[in-house]
Design a binder for this molecule. Structure first.
Ligand code: TYM
Length: 332
C-alpha cells in the first residue's frame, strides 16, 4: 500500500469547514486505500504563544474531531507530533540543509511575520516549514493530502528530499502533493475571494464545525452571493455562489454540474437552504460524536498513545538511517 502522511494544527475551539473539505475528508477516504499516518502538530502550534493548559485541551479536542469525522484507529495511525520525538530530531538535520533565504521565501512565513514585529516572530515560526518537511519525510510518504495553501511547503519538502538524497545517498521517498482541485480552497462566506481561515476571516465568514448547527445554518444563509441571480459555477465572476456549490457538492457527493442543472430557474435562496440543510446534517452527529470522545479522555489518550507507538516504529527507522547517512555515530 502506498503511504500518506498529513498533519493539522490543534487550533482553539474547532476545525472549520475548509479544514474538513480541503483535508480531513480526504484523510478519511485515504485510510481505506493507503497506509495512512495523520498527526496533530502541537510542535508547530507553539511557533506562536500558547497557554499550556489550552494547548493540551486543544490537542485532545483536535484528535476527538478527527475521530468524529471518520478516522478509525484500526485503519490509520493517528498521533500527536510531540509524542514522537523523531520529528524534532530530523527537523534539526533539515534545518541545516535549508538556506536562510530559501526559508525566508516561504509566503506563509512572510504573511504571518509581517503582521508582527521581528522580536515577536519566533525563530520557530521561521523554521516551521522545515519541521513540516521532517513530518513528511520521516514516514517516507508517497502522498500528502492537503489544501492549496500548503503547496509551497510541499515543494520545499521535495527540494530538501532531493538535496539530502543527492548529498548523502538515496534515503527519502519523494512525496507528491494530493490536492483535489474541487475542494483545494474553500473561501470565506463573507469575503469569497480569500480562503476560509481562522486568522484571516471574520467569525461570520467561517463555519466552525462545533458551532451550534443553527448558527452555522444562519451563516450560510447570510453568505455573500454575487450580483445577478443565475446559479452557475464560475469562480472568477461568481465566487460566492461557486463556493456554495463546491460545499454542497462535497457534502452530498453530487457533481457540481448535476447541482447546477437542478437549480435551473431557481434563485440563490434555494441553494443556500440546501447548503444549510446539508451542513446541519453533517455537523449534528459530528458534534455529538466529538463530545462523546471528549467525555472519555482515558480512551482518547490511549488511542493517541497507541498511535504514537505505531508512528515511532516507522519514524525511528527512518531517523536512524538518516543519522547514519549524515555521519552520526550509532546511538547504541
Ligand atoms: P492547517 O492546520 O492550517 O490546516 C489543516 C489542513 O486544512 C487545509 N485547509 C484548507 N483547505 C481548503 N480550504 C481552506 N480554506 C483551508 N484551510 C485549511 C490545509 O491546507 C491543511 O491541509 N502546516 C500545516 C500542518 C502540517 C502538515 C504537516 C500538513 C504540519 N505538518 C505535514 C501536511 C504534512 C497547517 O498549518 O495546516
Amino acid at each position: 500500500r502506498p503511504r500518506v502522511l498529513s498533519g493539522i494544527q490543534p487550533t482553539a475551539g474547532s476545525f472549520h469547514l475548509g479544514n474538513y473539505l480541503g483535508a480531513i475528508r480526504q484523510w478519511v477516504a485515504l485510510q481505506e486505500t493507503h497506509d495512512a499516518f495523520y498527526c496533530v502538530v502541537d510542535l508547530h502550534a507553539i511557533t506562536v504563544p500558547q497557554d499550556p493548559a489550552e494547548l493540551r485541551a486543544n490537542s485532545r479536542l483536535s484528535a476527538a474531531q478527527l475521530l468524529a469525522a471518520g478516522l478509525d484507529p484500526e485503519r490509520c495511525t493517528l498521533f500527536v507530533q510531540s509524542q514522537v520525538p523523531e520529528h524534532a530530531q530530523l527537523a534539526w538535520v533539515m534545518n541545516c540543509l535549508t538556506g536562510f533565504g530559501e526559508a525566508a521565501r516561504m509566503t506563509q512565513f512572510k504573511d504571518k511575520s509581517a503582521k508582527q514585529g521581528s522580536d515577536q516572530t519566533s525563530v520557530g515560526l521561521f523554521t516551521y516549514p522545515i519541521l513540516q518537511v521532517a513530518d513528511i519525510l520521516l514516514y517516507q510518504a508517497d502522498q500528502v493530502p492537503v489544501g492549496e495553501d500548503q503547496r509551497q511547503h510541499l515543494e520545499l519538502t521535495r527540494d530538501l528530499a532531493h538535496r539530502f538524497n543527492t548529498r548523502f545517498g538515496d534515503t527519502f521517498t519523494m512525496p507528491n502533493p494530493y490536492i483535489p482541485k474541487a475542494t483545494a480552497k474553500i473561501v470565506d462566506l463573507q469575503e469569497p475571494t480569500v480562503k476560509m481561515s481562522k486568522s484571516a476571516s471574520t467569525p461570520k465568514g467561517i463555519v466552525s464545525l462545533l458551532d451550534e448547527p443553527k448558527a452555522s445554518a444562519k451563516k450560510v444563509k447570510s453568505a455573500v452571493t454575487d450580483a445577478g441571480s443565475v446559479i452557475a459555477f464560475d469562480e472568477a465572476n461568481q465566487p460566492g455562489v461557486s463556493n456554495l456549490l463546491t460545499i454542497l457538492s462535497a457534502l452530498t457527493d453530487t457533481p457540481v454540474e448535476d447541482l447546477v442543472r437542478g437549480y435551473d430557474g431557481k434563485l440563490y435562496g434555494a441553494l443556500k437552504t440546501d447548503v444549510a440543510d446539508a451542513l446541519v446534517e453533517f455537523v449534528t452527529p459530528f458534534r455529538a460524536r466529538t463530545q462523546e470522545l471528549l467525555d472519555d479522555p482515558e480512551t482518547l489518550d490511549a488511542i493517541l498513545a497507541k498511535g504514537a507507538e505505531k508512528a515511532r516504529a516507522v519514524a525511528s527507522e527512518t531517523l536512524a538511517l538518516a543519522y547514519d547517512r549524515v555521519g552520526f555515530l550509532p546511538a547504541k
